[in-house]
Structures are given as C-alpha cells and as structure tokens.
Write a protein that binds this ligand. Structure first.
Ligand SMILES: NC(=O)c1ccc[n+]([C@@H]2O[C@H](COP(=O)([O-])OP(=O)(O)OC[C@H]3O[C@@H](n4cnc5c(N)ncnc54)[C@H](OP(=O)(O)O)[C@@H]3O)[C@@H](O)[C@H]2O)c1
Length: 164
C-alpha cells in the first residue's frame, strides 16, 4: 500500500518559502501516528525544510544531486528507486511530499491521507487537485479551531477508484 500523506489548504496550498503554512499539533501527532514504523519518502526540499531525519521511520530522500550524504537517511536518485527500497522494508509506504514529489506519485498511490485545513493562505507550493473520478473519500473526521489550532481542519481518507 502506497499512501500519500499531506496537509492542504482550501486553495490546495501546502508550503511557502520551503516551510509549512500552519502549526497544528493535532495534525503533527496524526502524521506521527500514521507514519511511525513505516518508511517515508520525501523530496530533498522537504528534507531540507525539516532539517533532520524523522525518528522511528526509515527516511528515504529523493534527489538528483550526486555525492551527498547525511547520517540517518537513505538518498536515492528516483521515485522508482525510493519505492523499491521502501517495499523491501515494509508493505506500508508513505509519501510525504513536497509538491514536486506529490505531482509525480499520484498515479502510483493507492490511498491519500489528507488533512484539509480550512484556511486560504498564501503559498508557493501546491498539492495536485484530487480528481474525484479517480479518488473516493471513504472517511472524514473534522475538528474545530481552539487555542492551540488556528484553523478548523478535517482528516480525510481517499481510496483510489478501481479502474474496470
Ligand atoms: N503541507 C504538507 O503536508 C507538506 C508536506 C511536505 C512538504 N511540504 C512543503 O512543500 C514544499 C517543498 O516542496 P517542493 O515541491 O518545493 O520540493 P520537494 O518535492 O520536497 O523536493 C523536490 C526535490 O526532489 C528531488 N526530485 C524531485 N523529483 C525527482 C525525481 N523524479 N528524481 C530525482 N529527484 C527528484 C529534486 O531534488 P534535488 O534538487 O536535490 O535534485 C527536487 O528539487 C515546502 O514548502 C514544504 O514545507 C508541505
């Protein structure tokens, strides 16, 4: 199972200046619970923005740059290679961005874990529009803003519609 996991605003924005657009502790916890123990695949810019490997997960970073090394991560030169290594580790693989990598992996993903953030914030990186002919929403749990969360948000799960 290949799952794309993302937090996306109402305008499909996911990042600005190589940073996230919001700080939602509940979403961070949700992300941690979903991905812990499983391999996570990310683009080099997303890795740079985090700055260190995520604990308790094999971090697979995709880059075309040669000859760089960082302790605690596996660097690969293509999405195909990333998925090949991830599959050797576990059946459940998570693709965690960013925009560039999401664009290239929508076709190979089986499931989307989307946190829809009810905000329309300035962004320079976007998530691809979810084509509802290809994806069916199978679960949604919403939360209201509070003192720790500046925006309402919903955890949504989409499954790929089987092509006949
Ligand atoms: N809201 C969310 O859930 C979420 C999640 C993740 C990231 N983000 C945000 O998204 C933004 C980063 O996204 P981004 O689109 O700029 O970058 P990205 O997808 O994280 O990384 C892009 C980089 O990945 C490498 N790459 C991409 N396709 C490749 C391929 N086919 N083969 C080999 N290498 C490939 C290249 O690295 P090299 O340049 O090293 O060759 C490319 O520059 C940030 O603002 C971040 O905060 C948001």
């Amino acid at each position: 199972m290949i799952t794309i996991i993302v937090a996306v605003g109402e305008n499909n924005g996911i990042g600005l200046n190589n940073q996230m657009l919001w700080h939602l502790p509940h979403d961070l916890k949700y992300f941690r619970n979903k991905t812990s123990g499983h391999p996570v695949i990310m683009g080099s810019k997303t890795y740079e923005s985090i700055g260190k490997p995520l604990p308790n997960r094999t971090n697979i970073v995709i880059s075309r740059k040669k000859d760089w090394f960082q302790e605690g991560i596996l660097i690969v030169g293509s999405i195909k290679e990333a998925v090949k290594f991830a599959k050797k580790i576990d059946d459940n693989i998570f693709i965690m961005g960013g925009g560039n990598i999401y664009e290239q992996t929508m076709e190979i993903a089986d499931q989307l874990e989307v946190t829809l953030v009810k905000a329309d914030l300035k962004a320079d990186t976007y998530f691809p529009k979810i084509d509802l002919k290809k994806w069916r929403k199978v679960n949604e749990v919403c939360h209201q803003k509070d003192e720790k969360h500046a925006y309402d948000f919903c955890f949504q799960t989409y499954e790929k519609v089987e092509s006949k």
